[in-house]
Design a protein around this ligand. Structure first.
Ligand SMILES: [Zn+2]
Length: 381
């Protein structure tokens, strides 16, 4: 065997080196020979996008290696590089998990690690890594589809935005039940990196839609809000919830129930963890109704793979039973139905954690009060 090939193979056997330095997958095929780390193909591709002044990559077997380059990998390697480039990653930072859907999160992670060196010792940590941020994003108006620049301020406890910067904030957002979704499908026509921000106002979810031309800015808002939210949770919740980067399940469904004669109405459905919301329009600021999804094992919640077949106009139906009401839902295709049944079923099988219980109390408490908007929202179709 060629000496260099043997040297590289021996290095790959060292603990740390056989998992990609950036996403952790075991399929290591490349290395960055100036940084000194072993990488998977996806991460090597992102390193190339940073430019060769930041990272120089080669394929481990298809490219020609100089001895000096191999020695650099020997001197550094993934374990040592991690100590340097990830020395101060915030505890609640959302890291990539190696899932195929996370290319954008990976780009942001690799950018932060090597291009900006946000986490190395001896450098002032950027404010966003401490849950502090201030700047402009374009926010969609409630009454039309225009986006206007708005100043947002995150102080570690609340997120505020201003219509007029000299005046008091238009909205102060409590971070407790905030959810963030990067690039939801319905916003992708914009052509810019964007985010949906969901929070609770008087017991109902409020959607805010924002974009920025720079994807890094959107990601920094995402990370800093999540860091603030999770650090607040940890002070009251010892379950050590891991940061997640959930995907939104969204789309049109026909809603009927609880009796077969009920009219089927086309609604835009959004599943955000334990909240199944429905809207007249995908960009409505408030859902027309929201259904808290509890834990199936504790009773009252059940998902059935069929609805009222003869009433569903050839569509594919399923039914969702909750302690309050049964919903008959139908989708255009069997595949679409399956994705909803799987997503809702996965939520119902999961036990409630502390945060879920708090959310449930916020939503349910509102239902029991006679004069409140959510009660109307929930009973309205
Ligand atoms: Zn990787």
């Amino acid at each position: 065997m060629d000496t260099k090939v043997k040297l590289l193979n021996d290095l790959l056997k060292i603990s740390g080196n056989f998992n990609c330095a950036d996403c952790g997958v075991k399929d290591v095929t490349h290395a960055s020979y100036n940084i000194g780390v072993f990488l998977c193909q996806t991460c090597a591709g992102i390193h190339n996008l940073l430019g060769s002044h930041i990272s120089k990559t080669k394929h481990l077997t298809l490219d020609h290696w100089e001895l000096s380059q191999i020695n650099r990998l020997k001197d550094v390697g993934n374990t040592k590089a991690k100590l340097k480039y990830e020395a101060r990653v915030p505890i609640n930072w959302t890291r990539p998990t190696g899932s195929a859907r996370e290319t954008l999160l990976l780009e942001h992670w690799i950018n932060a690690k090597y291009a900006r060196e946000d986490f190395i010792q001896g450098k002032q940590p950027p404010p966003y890594t401490q849950g502090l941020m201030e700047g402009h994003m374009y926010k969609r108006a409630r009454e039309n589809s225009n986006y206007y620049p708005r100043k947002f301020v995150l102080d570690g406890k609340t997120l505020r935005y201003y219509v007029k910067e000299t005046k008091s904030p238009k909205t102060i957002i409590n971070l407790q039940h905030i959810s963030l979704f990067i690039n939801p499908v319905k916003m992708q026509d914009l052509g810019f990196p964007c985010m949906q921000i969901d929070h609770i106002v008087n017991g109902s979810t409020r959607h805010i839609f924002v974009y920025h031309k720079d994807a890094e800015i959107i990601w920094q808002w995402y990370q800093s809000i999540m860091i603030s939210k999770l650090s607040q949770h940890k002070s009251i919740d010892s379950s050590n919830e891991e940061p997640t980067n959930p995907q939104l399940q969204e789309g049109w469904l026909w809603k009927a129930g609880p009796v077969p004669t009920y009219t089927h109405r086309k609604r835009w459905f959004t599943l955000d963890n334990r909240k199944l919301m429905y809207h007249l329009d995908p960009f409505d600021a408030y859902p027309k109704g929201e259904i808290f999804l509890g834990d199936a094992s504790s009773g009252g919640y059940k998902l059935q793979d069929r609805g009222f077949g003869e009433q569903s106009h050839g569509r594919c139906s399923f039914s969702l039973h909750t302690p309050y009401r049964t919903f008959i839902l139908s989708s255009e295709t069997e595949q679409d139905k399956l994705s909803w049944v799987n997503a809702i079923g996965e939520v119902l099988r999961r036990p409630l954690n502390q945060q879920d219980k708090e959310l449930q109390s916020v939503l349910v408490k509102k239902r029991s009060t006679a004069l409140n908007p959510l009660n109307n929202l929930l009973s309205r179709s």
